[in-house]
Design a protein around this ligand. Sequence first.
Ligand code: FES
Length: 80
Amino acid sequence: MKGAVFTGCLFSTGLWLLVEDGWPKICDRKPCVQEMEPGTYFWCSCGHSASQPFCDGSHKGMGPVKEEISEKSTVAWCLK
Ligand code: FES
């Protein structure tokens, strides 16, 4: 689908097993769909941010995932 970006959960890759702080907090089982302007965003991978789906710096162990969006797009952000 042109113009759509999907930030996938890394859960199925087993990467969470390598994370020092354990499992991410599940904020919602549905994605957060937003119209995004081009720019750099930091997706929260730990689920502890109060500013879901973006990192607010409250993580411990896990860190944010940098996402570059090059054109205005509809993005479905995973909420873990
Ligand atoms: S608060 Fe979750 S990655 Fe930063």
